[in-house]
Write a protein that binds this ligand. Structure first.
Ligand code: S3P
Length: 437
């Protein structure tokens, strides 16, 4: 439980470097493990989700040393991975679980994966069904969720699969399986999703042919360890971007934020809503990064449909919050995937923001949000993360523009992706009222 800073009387100011990207951190460990030789990673995200991936590969015999946000590991190739002594704990991490299913599908042993209560509700057949094309077999619980026992196939077959949903986790699991097959696999996306796996595979020496949404993956490449520098996570920066856009008088700069075009949908939506965002100092080798300058401004409503969703999926709770303060009615549709994230984010965002006086209607695959809402915390108001890191951080930002006093239950979930979130927020707000020492 944490008391939040409410009704911030002045804007956010200053500069910050946000922690490393979560999606890229997971992938750097996976490729570092299945390549041969040394991989050195800097600006790794040491959050609980990414440490779940580190522990899983360490349990399969990969030597990994970590010192803060620096990781040094000795890759042993797919063939060097050993059967773990114990079932692997996936914690809360959907990315670890799904990508690992792809890795394990081609290994000649059986492994059991399990997760926490939230992860054990999330759909896994979307991954195991297409992976059966390789010849691997999966014992999945009745509900199509973890726990799952993977019976890997020693000599897996290539895959040809058209994804029925836009999911980078599913695509990545299939690519990781395809790398172990003799021959070429073809994976066709429904809509383009984050391409961190493809970029990292190429950087480690793998071969891909990409044509629109069609990805052809060459099996059994020689992968060699690399030096990887991970950019700041745009999905973490998004909380401060939102806060600065909403709190009058704000003017902040966020350094070295990942701006891979498959991830920047949130910036495009914000610009359409009238936010003041400047992208400067572009750099980066495997992944593009830049500095972002954000100033507060008046916002207007936006309409988001299915094609806008993959590049902004994790930021949609923040779009909903921004929409409560914009002029007009914002509609988000085609975002049914939000219902199977760490929580049902359509239900939870609506429920928690309504508690503060927002006018939000739940749609089967999105939300309709009326703008110009005066957010208020009646009495001693309590909001909850429901155990979902992104909901917890969104509510901490909502509090900055809420009148009254507010406590956040389940704030510990924030460590899943951003252990130092409140320290960094305080650095920009300069206001220690909400900080519990
Ligand atoms: C991720 C893909 C997305 C995203 C998640 C991270 C990844 O999930 O929501 O936070 O690293 O590949 P889906 O693949 O389920 O859309």
């Amino acid at each position: 439980m944490r008391k939040l800073t409410t009704n911030l009387p002045h804007g956010l100011r200053g500069e910050l470097q946000v922690p490393g990207d979560k999606s890229i951190s997971h992938r750097s460990i996976i490729f570092g493990a299945v390549a041969d030789g040394i991989t050195d990673i800097s600006h790794f995200l040491p959050s609980s989700d990414c440490l779940t991936t580190v522990r899983a590969f360490a349990a399969m015999g990969v030597p990994i040393k970590r010192n803060g946000d620096r990781v040094s590991m000795h890759g042993i190739g797919f063939s060097g991975l050993r059967r773990p002594q114990q079932p692997l704990d996936m914690g809360n991490s959907g990315t670890t679980a799904r990508l690992l299913l792809g890795v394990l599908s081609g290994r000649p042993f059986s492994t059991r994966l399990f997760g926490d209560a939230s992860l054990s509700r999330r759909p896994m057949r979307r991954v195991t069904d297409p992976l059966e094309q390789t010849g691997a077999r999966f014992a999945v619980s009745e509900s199509g969720t973890l726990p799952i026992t993977v019976h890997g196939r020693p000599d897996p077959s290539p895959i040809r699969y058209r994804l029925p949903i836009a999911s980078a986790q599913l695509k990545s699991a299939l690519i990781l399986a395809a790398l172990q097959a003799a021959g070429e696999s073809t994976i066709i996306e429904k809509l383009p999703t984050r391409d961190h796996t493809e970029r990292m595979l190429e950087a480690f020496g793998g071969k891909l042919r990409r044509n629109g949404t069609v990805i052809r993956v060459a099996g059994r490449p020689m992968l060699r360890g690399q030096s990887v520098t991970i950019p700041g996570d745009l999905s973490s920066a998004a909380f401060f971007i939102t806060a600065a856009a909403l709190v009058p008088g704000s003017n902040i700069t966020l350094h070295n934020v990942g701006v891979n075009p498959t991830r920047t949908g949130f910036l495009d939506i914000l610009k359409k809503m009238g936010a003041s965002i400047t992208v400067v100092n572009r750099h980066g080798r495997i992944e593009p990064a830049a500095d972002l300058r954000i100033r507060s401004s008046m916002l207007h409503a936006a309409t988001l449909t299915e094609k806008d969703i993959p590049a902004s999926i994790d930021e949609l709770p923040l779009v909903a919050l921004l929409a409560t303060q914009a002029e007009g009615i914002t509609t988000i549709t085609g975002a049914g995937e939000l219902r199977v994230k760490e929580t049902d984010r359509i239900a939870v965002v609506s429920e928690e923001l309504r508690r503060l006086g927002a006018d939000i209607v739940e749609l089967p695959d999105g939300m309709r949000i009326r703008g110009n809402a005066a957010l208020r915390a009646p009495g001693d108001c309590r909001v909850s993360s429901h155990g979902d890191h992104r909901i917890g951080m969104m509510l901490a930002v909502a509090a900055l523009i809420t009148r009254g006093s507010l406590t956040l239950a389940g704030d510990n979930a924030i460590a899943i992706s951003y252990p130092n979130f409140f320290t960094d927020l305080t650095q920009l707000t300069g206001d220690k009222r909400g900080v519990v020492q």
